[in-house]
Design a protein around this ligand. Structure first.
Ligand code: AMP
Length: 396
């Protein structure tokens, strides 16, 4: 356990955690604390191939972590004295303040809390998780790794919304981008897999999970990304609409009488694939399509149409393209999405090899033909490992 990093990802009513060896990337233990604050809480904990489960009320994040620590202890690991190098916390919004991994002090924590106006669902939960973990493990450095940090380098033209600039400044309205840890990790792996220097590569990364985002990266620096002020903009997602005409919000307010919270819920939780087809899980969507469901088929076509639009836009933004990479749940597993997203682009030097694309595997791999001038890859993302490596730098 010595030298390992505990990675904590806190949501509003859940905490995901993983104990990671930052050298090998091995997950030594992992778990999920769910339904915090409800009578039927659950902790599922996996260590050494053994699954443990605790069911019962979990009053708050602190109690949840204590239960998880007790499950470590059952497996023979006293976390507080196991020689952990650091705790890495995923923090969703770093605003304009944080753009690199940062050791958490009282001031840093207060600043993360202050940024809650930009991420009202996420940052308060991150703060609660951090406080609980710091109380439980007071003697190791706690490090915040921000989902927005990688997009700190966006050019002004890409990060600026064309609205009244005084209002934008006063309220922090600009494109921040999210999933940055994944886009950075995956784009670095692409350079390894291709045996090329990251600094020489122009690439598009498509993070397609339940949340989804695209980025254009030149020389390891982000040039554009599809998520904006919040993770609602851009691609069609499991339950989020992605891009819509902002006029729709006013129309729904005025004509349907919806309150702003209703519209927030509609666009974040009842839109995207779910809004169009009734399901947000891609495997269920595929089953519906196979059963001849028209709405599911339309949802899929809308999803792919939006994806292709961003690929086209980023090809032009980058001017020259070396690699397109698919990652996250859908990107890593749904071969048909990869094929359909890049179909008919041979004229642009993009040619997916049907057999390589169909082959399944957990390793990073190239799925383009040898003749394709643009390499197409599948690279499993590993945000926990990236966070663990960043946090380990603060080991005392
Ligand atoms: P993530 O947010 O990265 O965990 O991705 C979740 C999404 O990946 C869900 O829509 C899943 O349905 C999808 N997914 C996971 N495994 C597969 C699979 N084997 N085939 C298609 N989609 C998958």
């Amino acid at each position: 356990m010595k030298g390992s990093v505990l990675v904590v990802n806190s949501g509003s009513s859940s905490i995901k955690y993983q104990l990671v060896d930052p050298e090998s990337g091995e997950a030594l233990a992992s778990g999920l604390i769910e339904r915090i604050g409800e009578p039927d809480g659950v902790v599922t904990h996996r260590h050494g191939g053994v699954d443990r489960e605790h069911r019962g009320p979990i009053a708050d994040h602190g109690v949840g972590l204590q239960l998880a620590f007790a499950m470590f202890a059952e497996a023979g690991i006293e976390l507080a004295s196991a020689g952990i190098a650091a705790v890495g916390h995923r923090v969703v919004h770093g605003g304009e303040v944080f753009y690199r991994p940062t050791e958490i002090t009282a001031e840093v924590l207060a600043e993360i809390a202050r940024l809650s106006s930009l991420a009202p669902l996420h940052n308060p939960a991150n703060v609660t998780g951090i406080e609980s973990a710091m109380a439980a493990l007071p003697d190791v450095p706690h490090v915040a790794v921000f989902d927005t940090a990688f997009f700190h380098t966006l050019p002004e033209s890409a990060r600026t919304y064309a609205i009244d600039s005084r209002i934008a400044r006063e309220f922090g309205v600009r494109r921040y981008g999210f999933h940055g840890t994944s886009h950075e990790y995956v784009s670095g792996r692409v350079a390894d897999v291709l045996g090329r220097d990251l600094a020489s590569l122009h690439q598009i990364v498509l993070h397609l999970g339940n949340g989804a985002s695209a980025s254009a990266i030149a020389g390891g620096k982000a040039m554009d990304t599809s998520m904006g002020l919040t993770p609602l903009e851009g691609l069609v997602m499991g339950t989020r609409s992605g891009d819509i005409d902002p006029g729709i919000v006013m129309h729904l307010r005025r004509s349907a009488g919806l309150e702003v919270d209703d519209i927030d819920d509609l666009l974040n939780r009842r839109s995207g694939l779910k809004g169009l087809s009734g399901v947000n899980d891609f495997r269920e969507l595929r089953a519906l399509i196979e059963a001849g469901d028209e709405a599911a088929s339309l949802a899929y076509r809308v999803y792919v149409h939006r994806l292709r639009k961003y690929i086209g836009a980023y090809m032009v933004t980058l001017g020259r393209l070396d690699a397109i990479t698919f990652t996250a749940g859908v990107g890593e597993n749904a071969a048909e999405v990869r094929a359909d997203a890049l179909a008919g682009l041979e004229g642009f030097g993009i040619e997916v090899d049907a057999e390589r694309n169909a082959a399944r595997g957990r390793e990073a791999r190239v799925i383009s033909t040898d003749a394709s001038t643009v390499a197409v890859l599948v690279v499993p993302t590993n945000e926990e490992l990236a966070i663990a490596r960043a946090a380990r730098e603060f080991e005392r």
